[in-house]
Structure formats: C-alpha cells, structure tokens
Design a protein around this ligand. Structure first.
Ligand code: UD1
Ligand code: UDP
Length: 381
C-alpha cells in the first residue's frame, strides 16, 4: 500500500514521526510512505530541527509554499499536492490536525478520489472564527478514515451525523471512524526517555522553579489588547510570585512583540531577569522543559496535552479548548487572555493537591493501530 503524507506546520512534522516510526518498525514490508512538506513552516527551528531529531525520513518533496494569506497559501498548496497525487497515485492520503496544510491535502485528494485519512479527527472548539475549526470540519467531512484521539472527539463526529461505514472499503461516502488514542502521546512516551540526556535547555533552570509558556494563536498575537493582557499577567507572575517564566516564542509572536506591547510593558518584560524568552526550541528540548516545569501556560493545542502527559497543571490561554478532558479532570483551567483570570488560575492550580492524570490518550500505540486499519481498507488486492 502506498500512502502520501502531507505535513507543513511544526506539530504535524512531530505527529508524523509516530506514524513513520510505526511503518519503519512494523509495516516496512506492507506500507510505502511518500512524505510531502508544503513548506508552511520553513525556519530551521520550525521544521528541519524535527527531521534531524525525531528520525523522520526527509520529505520526498517540499512545495516551499511559505507564509501568506489563508486563500493564497491554501491554493498554492493544493496545486502542488494535486500534481504529486496525479504522479504518485497513492492508495490513500494522510493528513494531521487542522492547519491550512491539512485542508489543502484533504481538498486536493478528495477531488481526485484519493481516500483521505484524517489523524486527530473529531476535535471541535465550536468556534468557527478559528481558522483551524473550519479546516478540521471540512477535512473530517471529506475523510474516509477518521482517527480521533479522544472519546469527546469521537462523540463530536456522532453528533455531526457520522455513521459507521458498512461496506468493506472506506470512502468519503462510507467513512469509518475510531477512538484510537493520540499519536502525540505515542511520541511523548517514546522521546521522553531521551529528552533530558540529549538536550541542554535545563542548564540554568531549577526543576519545578519555572513556568513554561507558549503563545502563538492568531487571535492572541494579532489583537493588541489580548497580547498586552497576556504579557501583563506573565509579568505579574514573574514579579509578584518570583516565578521564572520560560517562553519559547513562535516567530509569529516574536515578530509582533515590540510593536504590539505598550512601551512600558515591553521594557518591563525585556528588563525582567525572571523572563527567559527563547527562539522556538526543538521537540526534545520542549519535552525536557515540560517534564521539569512547575506549571504550563499555553494557547497551543499540543502543549496543553503534553502538560497532561507529564502530569503538569495547565492554564489555557484561550476562551475554549478542544481538549475538554483536561478541564473536566481539573488539571487545566481556561483563563482566556484575561489578566485577572490567568493570575487566579495560576494560583488555584498551584494550591491544588492530589491532581490525577489518568491515561486518557491511549496506550502509546495509536500509530500502529492506524497503520493496521489503513491496510484493512486500502491495501491493493
Ligand atoms: C499554524 C496553524 C496553527 C498551528 C500552528 C502551529 C493554520 C491556519 N494555522 O499557525 O493551527 O497551531 O501553525 O505552530 O494553518 N512564520 C515564520 N517562520 C516559519 C513559519 C511561520 O516566520 O517558519 C511566521 C510568518 O510571519 C507567518 C506567521 O508566522 O506569517 C504565521 O505562520 P502560519 O503558518 O501562517 O500560521 P501559524 O500561526 O504558524
Ligand atoms: N513545540 C516545540 N518547540 C516549541 C514549541 C512547541 O517542539 O518551541 C512542540 C510541542 O511540544 C508540541 C507541538 O510543538 O508537540 C505543538 O505545536 P504548536 O504549539 O506550534 O501548535 P498546535 O499544537 O497549537 O497546533
């Protein structure tokens, strides 16, 4: 069976590592994978570093689409993906998550009647002003196989009218959907063993004496009021609580910081020795930071979950989350970009005793399961 895998943004490259590893270790005689990078992320520390570190085969092709408006970026990706699909004639196309690369892959493949396999299906924020919500809804409804990492994701699909396929071969009109665990959990377990030994990011940090923060969501970076509120809260936590704030910053955010924060706040943050602002770190460095942080604050989807995988409380810097289990479990609090709520959530989570982090995201073998199901449906006779 031949699959074409589309990746483009940082988290997809990381997720692809789990499937490529499963193919290499267990399915090398039955699955051939052609990896296509759209080029949505292109800085070395947003892309190449993950290939170097996570044993992912280099993409056979990079479409080098780069940054742009949503329409232009997605259209250019579709054009390139269509060409690849016509040449490669795969048995299925694999896409991850909810980025513009996901959408472009799903649209291009479905027009050519190549079955779409969506990994991380069914997640919903119920907020269609998020570009990711639009991408994931469209992608799910074009997919033949849908792999949801959580029970909630599976039930969202049921609520949207998905009915389990009946004929032997899955298609967009006869989709099969599963609750199968999270490939990111597979990765966290696998790479956690080597993260600290292979990185130096913890060199000047004391265990549990820092909070780890990431901010990149467009409605946080592009809205001055929200970005100021977020940094004001972080500055208060650093100054009043004497807590070190470690902030590996997405390029989207770092480009906007100086021009968006008020001059007073910008110089307070820059001048505060408890702020450690870093360029984006590698995945192994990120895991080392997550494992050793006291608490995580983030608007990232992936980082919210990784906090949970490593038994860390999490302040969610958004008004809602797709990972509702974390909030239900009481290990995460939604604080939006509200300065007071963020500081209150930080204090509440730190004072909470006996938090429980049960295994809600599978058994670390989601990628293996996905490969098996793909073979059942798409292996040529
Ligand atoms: C994208 C995804 C988002 C995901 C995130 C992961 C969409 C709509 N959004 O958001 O769901 O959470 O990736 O990180 O697909 N930039 C660089 N260098 C890079 C990449 C980006 O400087 O290598 C800067 C550019 O100024 C670019 C901006 O970041 O315009 C935004 O990049 P883009 O890929 O459009 O969206 P993300 O915010 O990264
Ligand atoms: N990540 C990383 N380095 C960083 C920040 C994040 O390796 O500096 C990893 C993180 O561990 C997680 C993934 O990137 O696996 C999450 O990606 P991101 O936050 O960019 O996107 P989202 O998950 O919100 O789509």
């Amino acid at each position: 069976m031949k699959i074409v895998t589309i990746i483009g943004a940082r988290p997809q490259i990381i997720k692809a590592a789990a499937l490529s590893r499963a193919i290499r270790e267990k399915f090398s005689d039955t699955i051939t994978e052609v990896i296509v990078h759209t080029g949505q992320h292109y800085d070395d520390n947003m892309s190449q570093v993950f290939f170097d570190e996570l044993e992912i085969p280099q993409p056979q092709l990079n479409l080098n689409v780069g940054s742009g408006t949503h329409g232009k970026q997605t259209a250019q990706m579709m054009e390139g993906i269509e060409e690849v699909l016509m040449k490669e004639k795969p048995d299925a196309l694999v896409v991850y998550g909810d980025t513009n690369s996901t959408l472009a892959g799903a649209l291009a493949a479905s027009k050519l009647h190549v079955p779409v396999v969506h990994i991380e299906a069914g997640l919903r924020s119920f907020n269609r002003s998020m570009p990711e919500e639009v991408n994931r809804i469209v992608c799910d409804h074009l997919s033949a196989l849908l792999f949801s990492p959580t029970k909630a994701g599976y039930h969202n699909l049921v609520d949207e009218g998905f009915k389990q396929g009946e004929k032997a071969k899955a298609s967009a009109d006869n989709p099969y959907f599963y609750h199968c665990g999270d490939v990111m959990y597979d990765n966290s377990i696998y790479f956690s063993r080597i993260a600290e030994a292979k990185t130096e990011v913890l060199k000047d940090l004391e265990k549990e004496k820092f909070v780890l923060v990431t901010i990149h969501r467009n409605n946080n970076t592009d809205d001055p009021e929200r970005l100021n509120a977020l940094f004001s809260a972080l500055n208060r936590i650093a100054t009043n609580e004497k807590m070190k704030v470690v902030l590996p910053l997405h390029p989207r955010t770092s480009k906007l910081l100086a021009g968006t924060l008020s001059p007073e706040l910008y110089s307070a943050v820059k001048g505060n020795p408890l702020f450690k602002i870093l360029p984006p770190v590698s995945f192994l460095e990120m895991i080392a930071l997550e494992k050793n942080a006291r608490l995580v604050m983030t608007d990232s989807g992936g980082v919210q979950k990784e906090a949970f995988f490593f038994s860390k409380p999490c302040v969610i810097l958004r008004s809602e989350t797709e990972w509702v289990e974390l909030v239900e479990q009481g290990t995460a609090i939604i604080a939006d970009a509200d300065e007071e709520k963020i500081v209150a959530a930080y204090k509440a989570l730190l004072s909470k005793k006996n938090m429980k982090f049960p295994p809600l995201f599978g058994d670390g073998k989601a990628a293996e399961f996905i490969c098996g199901e793909m073979l059942k449906h798409f292996k040529p006779a």
